[in-house]
Structure formats: C-alpha cells, structure tokens
Design a protein around this ligand. Sequence first.
Ligand SMILES: Cc1ncc(COP(=O)(O)O)c(C=O)c1O
Length: 399
Amino acid sequence: MEEDKIIRFASRMDYLPPYLFGMINKMKMEKRRNGDDVIDLGMGNPMDPTPDAVIEKLVNVAKDPKSHRYPESSGLPNLKKEIAKYYGRHYNITLDADKETYFTIGSKEGISHLCLAIMGPGDCVLVPAPAFPIHIYAAVIAGANVMRIPLEPEKGFLDRIITVCESCYPSPKVLMLNYPHNPTGVVTDKNFFKEVVKLAKRFKFMVINDFAYGKITYDGYVAPSFLEIEGAKDVGVEFGSFSKSYNMAGWRIGYCVGNEKIVEALGKIKGYFDYGIFSAIQVAGIIALRDCDDTIPGLAKIYENRRDVLCSGLERIGWDITRPKAGMFVWAKIPEPFNKMGSMEFAIQLMNNGNVAVAPGAGFSEEGEGYLRLALVENEERLRQAVRQMKKAMDQMKI
Ligand SMILES: Cc1ncc(COP(=O)(O)O)c(C=O)c1O
C-alpha cells in the first residue's frame, strides 16, 4: 500500500494501453518454452538474412577502434550522401545531403522523436486508421490529440480531412501517412499525394509519410515517394527503414528526409536524447544503399510468393481475401460466425488451439476490429502448415 504512494508514473502512461505485440509475444514465448512449435505470423520481423556484403562491412569496421567512439549523430557524411543518391536514382528527387537527411535508430525511433519535436498539448494530429500503433501513440506521448480518419475509401479519406480541417479549431497541425500501409496493405499513387500537398498548403498542416514498405511491392506496382510531388518538401518529410528492404530489423537504422526545418527539429531533439547509430552500422548502411539495389526485387519476390501461398490457402478454407500489392502482411477479414468473438479472442484461440501466432486487428485501433494481420515472415511450407492448423483450430472453436 505504502508502495503505491511512492512508485507513481507520469499521467501520459495512463493513455498507453499494453503494447499489442508484447502480449502476443509473451504468449508465444510461453508456448515455445513448453515445447510447442508456434508458427509466428504475429510481428513483421523478417527472418531472412541481411545481404552478405553488408554483414562483412559491419564486421570489418567493428574491428576498428575508431568506430567504437560516439558516432556522427545525424549520419556519417558519406551515408547522408548515399541516401541522397538513392533518392535521386530511385525517385528522381534532389536532396541536400547535409540539410535534408537525418539518420535515426530505426524509423520508429525517428517518428517518435519527431512527434515530440513538432507537436504538444493542444495540437491535433490526423492519423489514418487502422494504424501501426506508434503512428497514434507517438503523438499521444507528445501530449497531442489524435483524430483517427478511416483509411478507406480513398476519396472519402481526403473528404474527411477537409471536413475536419474546416471544422476543427485550431485546425490540425500534422497529417501522418503510411503508404504502403501497415496493417492493411493499402497503396496509393502520385495523384493522391498531389491532393495531400494541396490540402497541406491550404490548411497549413505538416505531413509525415512513413515509407517503411516502399520497396516491398508486388505485381509490378511501384510505390511513389511522397517527396516526388512538387511542393512536398515545403510541407513534410518521409521516413524510411533498412529493416524491411535489407532484412536489417535488428540493426536499428532508418532515416528521415525532406523539409529542412523539420529535419533540423528532429536533429535538435535527438541531440538531447541519443548519440545516433553505431558507426559500423552506418558504414554497413552505405553498402546497403549503394550496392544492394539488385537484392531488393528478389526479396520482394519472396514476400509476393508467400502472399500467394497464404492467400490461396485462406481462400481454400473459405476466407474472403484481398491480396495486398505491397508490404509484408495479409490483412484478413475474420469470416462469419467467428468474427462475433472479436479479433483478440479469435487470435488467442488460434494460438492456443492451432499454435499459430497472429496480430488481432483490434490492436491497430477500433477500425481494425474484425480483422487479423498475418505477417509473411515464415517460409512457404510453414505458411501452408499455418493454414492447416488455423482450419483445425477453427473446427474446434466454440462460438
Ligand atoms: C509502418 C511501419 N513503420 C515503421 C516500422 C519500424 O521500422 P524500423 O525498424 O525502421 O523502426 C514498422 C515495423 O514493423 C512498420 O510496420
């Protein structure tokens, strides 16, 4: 009792529900400790290896004591030049390497700290929903108010933004975007981004585009960068990640590119919090950006094949599936009558009775209820097995 008076947390903690992936992971670990072979489609944590050349560079540079010192926090000059060249090569965008690029300890860290730098109490942030949790909670932690905008239909999405901007005072300060989108796999085109830039200028809001899945695309679809649109740099930034394009999720390296003032604000706040990314990882990152363009299509093809295996399997057991054109997830509507039990309970039963871990849609906000997110991180054989085990679990479920 006495302890309750001593150990007290900041009020912002009251707004943070238990982290969805943490709960699912805990259940999975317990089962695995008991000897169960859980097929893990829960988290978007790539299982495939980082390209060899990147690993070799890390190993060599890590042996050099110079790399053990505090690193260059915004990114090594050559790494910053390399991301500028990458954007030039892939998207025909000119970036000032010095002022318009900043490297972060993964894009999640960057997005979180940028929110602390550009928003606070009294500010309103628009977030498409369902949403990857940090898109909502980074703003919540910063003390801002989040207004969720249902992601689909696309036309309705822009209309909702206009209505909110016209009726909300003070009007929204930031629009958070994420194309290709996690968890739904929804993609977009340059016309949509053009409209967004127009609205940002009309209603004076900043735009953040999380482009983590920019290169994991299927069926010939090419995802546009937000910065390809004329005037985009006047209103916003884009975050990218090495986690998915190069299977470097555990390395913790991502970047922010775009509007100079926003990039500067990110650097200012990060200067207080951290010292940047281990130099050896930064040098290895140069190799990824410079030499690994050719490995990306092969990696995307692996996910595309897995998507086909999983979607075909789910269709065979009667699920109505929309095949995503990008990302590394299948966003699957839970069929009747199982949808009545709610996505969390359904996911728990799939885990307990089928040894398959999935992410319940409700974890991506209320708009995700009724869905599951299945990560394409297991190989094709395991995905086929997962569908068989899901079917068996569903046959045993009491609704
Ligand atoms: C949409 C989205 N953004 C960002 C991240 C995190 O990327 P990083 O590993 O660069 O922090 C993820 C990871 O799953 C994601 O799905």
